[in-house]
Design a protein around this ligand. Structure first.
Ligand code: AMP
Length: 334
């Protein structure tokens, strides 16, 4: 059955060198019977909760039925902690709820960076769109010493500065916001770094003709697909001076080898910085892993969406429902 947990049970059993019992469903008679028959040290894998629409609806009756089979709820799925589903939040209404070691590490490392970072604190944001990162920028601009911007989102900022950006990706409806953010950074004395130069191409293709050019010289009909070497140099200097770094989003279209260099060099700079380094999931994490720098990074978040929401300063429902050592519910964020 597609999306069944059975292969996960089998693999977990192999890793642990013991049998992992598999239930036919996540609730119902079979699961209940197998849960009740569990002896100490045995493991029961319930079937995929999303086979029931009640899971994503955070249905209380469904959550209670799950809870009735157990004594304690341990959540270690940071990647889904930004969702209020029955297995990530609802169940905590019926059982003592605690975090596993992974969620603990995610909150400890990211929470400290946001609330009490070693300075200078540098955030590096990239990726396609400004609109996906607005809340992160707004939250971080009050906390960082420098904000480095790369990737497609940089072109909205460059256009807001009055530069021609050719056919580069741009969100025109965000130009005012980009101006506001740049003004705010200046007012607060925060360095907001934009690409000094770019690798531009005539088409969105790895085979396209390409060249490096300063940000105020992008010709009509060309698009920026990566940061250039001068930009990497400038960004690397700031990264080297940092004591805490948070990075989310690639510096260019790194899926195409021709435009992956900026992202790779920034990954290298972060890895070699010696700073406390935190990488949001997704593309930047993939870049660091591919390059073999993962072990030089303090923390690579296991949740793309969840880490973004954490950086936005939002309360994640899958964490807010957990208890701290005083058996009180914790609240994530800053
Ligand atoms: P995100 O999911 O927002 O982190 O964005 C990641 C995507 O942004 C990747 O698929 C990149 O190819 C894309 N991207 C990065 N830089 C650019 C750029 N200059 N133009 C277009 N897309 C870009």
């Amino acid at each position: 059955m597609k999306y069944s947990m059975a292969p996960a049970s089998k693999h977990l059993g192999e890793l642990l060198g013991m049998e992992v019992i598999q239930a036919k469903d996540v609730i119902g008679e079979d699961a209940k019977k197998k849960a009740a028959a569990l002896k100490e040290g045995q493991i029961l894998m319930l079937e995929n909760a999303r086979f029931h629409k009640e899971e994503e609806k955070n249905d209380p009756a469904f959550a209670k039925e799950l809870a009735d089979m157990a004594e304690i709820y341990v959540n270690d799925a940071f990647g889904t902690a930004h969702r209020a589903h029955a297995t990530t939040a609802g169940i905590a209404d019926y059982l003592p709820a605690v975090s596993g070691f992974l969620i603990q590490k995610e909150i400890d490392v990211m929470g400290k960076a946001l609330s009490n970072p070693e300075r200078p604190f540098v955030a590096i944001l990239g990726g396609a769109k400004v609109s996906d990162k607005i809340e992160v920028i707004k939250n971080l601009i009050d906390k960082v010493d420098a904000l480095i911007i790369g990737g497609g989102m940089a072109y909205t900022f460059l256009k807001a500065k009055g530069y021609s950006i050719g056919t580069s990706i741009c969100e025109d409806e965000k130009l005012d916001l980009a101006k506001e953010l740049m003004a705010k950074a200046e007012e607060k004395g925060i360095k907001l770094l934009l690409p000094l130069g770019n690798v531009i191409a005539k088409e969105f293709s790895n085979d396209a003709e390409s060249k490096s050019i300063a940000s105020d010289q992008i010709p009509d009909g060309w698009m920026g697909l990566d940061i250039d070497e001068n930009t990497v140099k400038a960004y690397t200097e700031v990264i080297r001076s940092a004591k805490t770094i948070v990075w989310n989003g690639p510096m260019g279209v790194f899926e195409m080898p021709k435009f992956a260099k900026g992202t790779k060099l920034i990954a290298k700079a972060v890895a070699e910085s010696g700073a406390i380094s935190i990488i949001g999931g997704g593309d930047s994490a993939a870049a660091v892993e591919q390059l073999g720098f993962a072990d030089k990074i303090t923390h690579i978040s296991t949740g793309g969406g969840a880490s973004l929401e954490f950086l936005e300063g939002k309360v994640l429902p899958g964490i807010a429902c957990l208890m701290n050592k005083d058996r009180k519910r914790v609240v994530a964020g800053n």
